[in-house]
Design a protein around this ligand. Structure first.
Ligand SMILES: *[C@@H]1O[C@H](CO)[C@@H](O)[C@H](O)[C@H]1NC(C)=O
Length: 624
């Protein structure tokens, strides 16, 4: 059985043809009239033409006055990743029974005072959507791709209300038409294979009548001047479907314009091809010519002055400035690289299917915890190789510096979320769990990795550093550290930005991202580009007799983060129209965090690649 359809050959390439069901995703058979649970998740802003907010709200936030089940809502168990990604899943008062159609059921009578009416109207204007979860499937709307004409299910949620018709008088959707698509396994067993919800606004309250009239022809507008009374109601229809249970997610996994993914990939490959070609030219022509000439001159014992990169052979392995910080950055960057690679491999094997809510975040977190040893090991070997001698401080800083910076940043953003009483705020228990994971597993592993790294020791260098540093001649502007980082960063960023757009859109649009085949290839291409660009720039730098290359290699590798940040600014200006201050702070907080992580990832790739290239380069010449 196939877990995902093979929408694009590339995804097919990486999609296992055998499905394996992870716990919680096993199919469930219902008999006729068996009750089906409806769970409610947080309200999230929808990404239609523009995204207006980044804050999600609890369904049972008292200002909404949604109907509550008898005895109060009950929290459902969730994975750590699901909580981190903002899911808060609770029970609801809806009563659904397999194959039982119903029309105009009253959910409850709701009373909304005027101050909360204003709150609700504002949320309608910000295009908030409701999210139901029925038998593990998100409520969705049926949509048609305007380009390909394909029908797909958009699991962004459904509108809280409608403010588009008249922004001054938003209409609240208080009636939901729920369509459950079911698949009959035999005459007695049925499975849920699709959930569609179409909300409507209907002023169904009629004076003197005890129940609602769901077919009244007026919309419901909440008044901000008086208190409001109205009904919440719903209808349910069960519709037979041919789709078997194993394929039920296919309708949700719609690739918007697969051509663009291909275009992006080809674009990246062209950039990489160009770069690799340039580096190959330089390495195999210039350098081999250099090497044979340097070596030949020495052999003929003619007195000729060295020039170019050979001149600085006595300087390249001099201890760089701030070796401590450099090795900590490289170690933590390598940690993140391994985390990303392993997570992407998991994704390629279909472990991160959207039916496991939050599995992406969970796997990221687990990889991050258990690959703590990578940061220690890399940092130890880097620090020893570049000539640092305070290994104890290095060990401590490697294990704590960046995690503390990142936790602090996330903690501050969390405070903002709590201030806005948003449900995206990470609960205390989860924070504690993550801190324990970090302190009890990640930190010890990092220390163990550090000791192993120290045992393996420093890399040997082909040439020794001269005792007296050389003068550095003036060099062109583009070889200054910051300038070269910004120029060098264009290429990796250029290889990534189309895919980045999709990642951002699905992150903010609350949609499942699953084009992991593309993402994996893009990541590989970007890593290769980063390594090549760093080597290239460092080669130019050494040719200009500037031997302080260590930090340059790291900065150039991380240079794409400048562009990622700039791109985030552009995305904010063009695709978002965030109204509240909290949303803006959150957006820039996350953007900064993302850029910082990108800086570490790119920087460490650049540094490590350049380090081995430089070592190789100077190992190939004869030095007297
Ligand atoms: C329920 O409603 C749907 C659509 O209106 C219809 O196709 C189906 O036959 C109905 N089922 C029953 C048991 O009446």
């Amino acid at each position: 059985m196939r877990l995902f359809s093979t929408l694009v050959p590339l995804i097919a390439l990486f999609t296992p043809t055998l499905a394996f069901y992870l716990p919680g995703t096993a199919p469930r058979d219902y008999v006729e009239y068996e009750s089906i649970d409806v769970f409610v998740n947080t309200l999230t802003p929808m990404l239609n033409s523009k995204l207006r907010s980044l804050i999600s709200h609890d369904y049972y936030d008292e200002r909404f006055h949604f109907c509550q089940p008898e005895g109060g809502p009950v929290k459902q168990p969730e994975s750590l990743g699901s909580i981190l990604f903002g899911d808060r899943i609770l029970t609801s008062p809806y009563e659904l029974r397999m194959l039982e159609n119903s029309t105009c059921q009253t959910l409850c009578r709701s009373h909304v005072p005027q101050e909360d009416a204003r709150f609700i109207n504002d949320r309608i204007r910000e295009e908030y959507g409701l999210n139901f979860i029925i038998d593990g499937l998100p409520s969705s709307e049926m949509k048609k791709d305007s380009k390909t004409g394909e029908i797909f299910l958009d699991a962004q949620g459904f509108n809280l209300g409608d403010a588009e018709t008249d922004p001054n008088r938003p209409a609240l959707n208080n009636h939901y038409d729920i369509f459950i698509q079911y698949h009959a396994r035999d005459s007695r067993h049925f499975r849920v294979v699709g959930v569609l919800v179409y909300p409507r606004s209907v002023d169904s309250m009629i004076a003197g009548e005890p129940g609602p009239d769901c077919f009244a022809n007026r919309q419901l507008h909440l008044s901000e001047a008086t208190d409001n009374e109205f009904f919440y109601s719903y209808s349910v229809s069960f519709i037979p479907s041919d789709v078997p249970w194993g394929l039920r997610w296919d309708m949700y996994l719609h690739v918007f314009d697969p051509k663009i993914h291909w275009f992006s990939l080809i674009n990246s490959l062209v950039i990489v091809g160009f770069l690799v070609f340039m580096v190959a030219m330089i390495l195999y022509r210039t350098i081999s010519k250099d090497i044979s000439r340097y070596n030949a001159v020495d052999l003929s014992e003619e007195v000729q002055e060295d020039y170019g990169w050979k001149l600085v052979h006595g300087e390249v392995f001099r201890v760089p400035e701030r070796p401590m910080l450099l090795s900590v950055c490289v170690g933590n960057g390598a940690h993140l690289v391994i985390m990303c690679v392993v997570t992407l491999i998991f994704a390629l094997f279909g472990f991160l299917s959207p039916s496991n809510r939050g599995s992406l975040a969970t796997v990221l977190l687990i990889c991050w915890t258990f690959f703590g040893c990578v940061s220690g090991y890399t940092s130890a070997r880097t620090y020893a190789s570049i000539g640092g001698d305070q290994w104890k401080s290095n060990l401590v800083l490697t294990a704590v510096l960046f995690p503390v910076v990142i936790f602090t940043l996330i903690g501050l953003l969390n405070l903002f979320l709590i201030g806005a009483s948003a449900s995206g705020a990470v609960p205390f228990g989860t924070i504690l769990a993550i801190l324990l994971l970090w302190f009890l597993i990640s930190v010890p592993l990092s220390i163990a990795g550090y000791f192993l790294g120290m045992r393996h020791g420093a890399f040997t260098h082909p040439v020794r550093a001269n005792p007296i540093p050389r003068q550095i001649p003036p060099k062109p502007w583009y070889l200054q550290p910051i300038q070269s980082a910004i120029i060098g960063g264009i290429l990796p960023f250029g290889a990534a930005f189309v895919e980045l757009y999709f990642v951002l859109s699905s992150l903010f649009g609350n949609r499942a991202y699953y084009a992991f085949g593309f993402l994996f290839l893009t990541f590989s291409v970007v890593a290769l580009t980063t390594a090549t660009v760093s080597i290239l720039f460092v080669y130019f730098t050494l040719c200009a007799e500037e031997y302080r290359w260590h930090w340059r290699a790291f900065l150039i590798g991380g240079g794409s983060s400048f562009w990622v940040f700039a791109y985030g600014l552009w995305y904010w200006a063009s695709r978002l129209s965030l109204d509240s201050f909290t949303s803006v702070v959150l957006y820039f907080g996350y953007l900064f965090l993302f850029s910082l992580l990108d800086f570490l990832v790119g920087g460490s790739i650049g540094f490590i690649a350049t380090y081995f290239a430089v070592r190789r380069l100077y190992g190939s010449i004869r030095v007297d």
